[in-house]
Design a binder for this molecule. Structure first.
Ligand SMILES: Nc1nc2c(c(=O)[nH]1)N[C@H]1C(S)=C(S)[C@@H](COP(=O)(O)O)O[C@H]1N2
Ligand SMILES: [Mo]
Length: 452
């Protein structure tokens, strides 16, 4: 019978944990349960403060950009108008009234969302490596050592859970819109607040640890060791629970080998994200964006978010009897021919979807400001746009005065010199600069201008 578990060396390793357990305010058994709760279970010599610090330092800027662009996307996506509100703010307060999303430059949202997706994807391998590097601490024994320690662990739980949720729901959302049993925007948005709060707390409490580790080990010095020279970091002397192994095994990979692989994966995912955000021949390598595979024909050959077929619209709703209704200080009804007889404007504008893809096309149609004028609503504060499509939260939008007045804001009738295809919103669709694609309502049937 093996007596390994009772050898004096194990006893020494256990003594640290027993000592911590004795001092815990809660009555945990002194001896940790066997398995991952024991320090000796985790043997990789790579784990330690330096590895965790390097991974954290790489994650910090990615998380910062991803969070910032996420909240900016939220501002662009929502507005103070009920028609655009998915999440809403408690008590009717709206931060969106304070920050007007601009109409220039036209590619603003494409850039914002490209950064959001690219940084989010690049963070995935780093996040997994970081979780691996601190996993002994998820099995700490005793589980609670003090009130402060409990708080720190609770925060860690929120941080890990929210970041995994954000990444997983975000990636699924690039894949196919709304495959969840909950509203993606609402879930992603509130998880983001939990994430930001727990992340800030985490950074504040760990900053000195990172500094100390870089001071002791050097920022890049451990990268010089090949596998044969890869040894465990010295265990910090304080009584904090260490991620360094109690009894390190031989390294199977060097630290630079591990970080190289993680960096490679991170860069690869970032590129996959980047390929879908830019137009051009690289687009087809944007393998994470299935919608780039759903294209039209001829000049209408570009991504389709929601094909006509899947809307439940009947062809006669968008046929010769289709009319655009304008409501302002008067009501006007226009056929497509009448719209084509109005002054036409051509603008090169992107559709930039929250999913990260964007595509720039040449649109021709009637300025929104011209339609406001026809409705006797020059200087309107906002306009509500309704599609003839029903039962879809993306079938309407509300636009602000700045978006109505921009010279490039159009009710497009044509794209790249030909009629819009049914999939791209025939007979008429909204196209406005700098806004998320979701506000570019297709199959428009009614526009209601608000004068006051
Ligand atoms: N009526 C209607 N308009 C809509 C949508 C929709 O589902 N229904 N999807 C929106 C979204 S989310 C985007 S990204 C763009 C995509 O336009 P496209 O399909 O022409 O590329 O259309 C927007 N307009
Ligand atoms: Mo979209």
């Amino acid at each position: 019978m093996s007596r390994r578990g009772f050898e004096p060396a194990d006893d020494r390793d256990l003594e640290l944990q027993r000592d911590l357990a004795r001092r815990s305010p809660l009555p945990f058994p002194e001896t940790p349960p066997p398995g991952p709760f024991r320090r000796t279970f985790w043997a990789s010599p790579l784990r330690g403060p330096w590895l965790s610090s390097v991974l954290s330092s790489a994650l910090l800027p990615l998380f910062a950009v991803c969070a910032l662009t996420g909240f900016l996307s939220h501002v662009a996506y929502e507005s103070e108008f009920p028609a655009n509100t998915i999440v809403g703010e408690p008590g009717g307060f709206s931060v969106y009234g304070l920050l007007d999303w601009p109409t220039e430059p036209a590619w603003l949202y494409a850039l914002n969302q490209g950064l959001h997706i690219v940084t989010g994807l690049a963070a995935v391998p780093l996040l997994l490596a970081k979780l691996w590097s601190v996993i002994p601490q998820l099995w700490e024994w005793p589980p609670v050592r003090s009130a402060a320690h409990a708080l720190e662990r609770l925060n860690l739980l929120l941080l890990v859970a929210s970041s995994i949720f954000l990444v997983a729901s975000g990636v699924l959302n690039i894949q196919y819109y709304y495959v969840f049993g909950f509203n993606f925007v609402v879930g992603h948005y509130y998880a983001a607040w939990i994430f930001v709060a727990s992340f800030a707390f985490h950074v504040a409490t760990k900053l000195t640890k990172v500094r100390r580790s870089f001071r002791d080990q050097g920022v890049v010095r451990p990268l010089r060791d090949d596998r044969a020279h890869t040894e465990a970091e010295p265990t910090p002397s304080e009584e904090e629970y260490p991620s360094t192994p109690a009894r390190p095994a031989e390294a199977t990979v060097s630290r630079r080998g591990l970080l190289g692989a993680v960096g490679f994966a991170s860069l690869g995912l970032a590129l996959l994200g980047y390929f879908q955000t830019v137009d051009g021949p690289l687009r087809r390598f944007g393998l994470l964006a299935p919608r780039t595979q759903l294209l039209g024909e001829g000049p209408n050959d570009f991504q389709i978010n929601q094909p006509f077929q899947s809307t439940g619209l009947r062809p006669d709703q968008v046929g010769p009897r289709w009319r655009l209704t304008l409501e302002g200080s008067r009501r006007v009804s226009l056929s497509r021919e009448q719209l084509l007889a109005l002054p036409q404007t051509t603008a090169e504008l992107p559709i930039a979807c929250v999913e990260g893809w964007s595509t720039t096309q040449t649109w021709t149609g009637v300025r929104l400001s011209e339609l406001a004028r026809l409705a006797g609503a020059t200087g309107a504060l906002s306009v509500e746009v309704d599609s003839v499509e029903t039962g879809n939260p993306f079938a309407f939008t509300a636009l602000r005065a700045a978006q109505i007045e921009d010279e490039q804001s159009l009710l497009a009738l044509k794209v790249n010199g030909v009629d819009l295809s049914l999939d791209h919103g025939f007979p008429a669709r909204v196209i406005v600069p700098a806004l998320p694609g979701v506000h570019n309502t297709k199959w428009v049937g009614r526009m209601t201008f608000q004068l006051a």
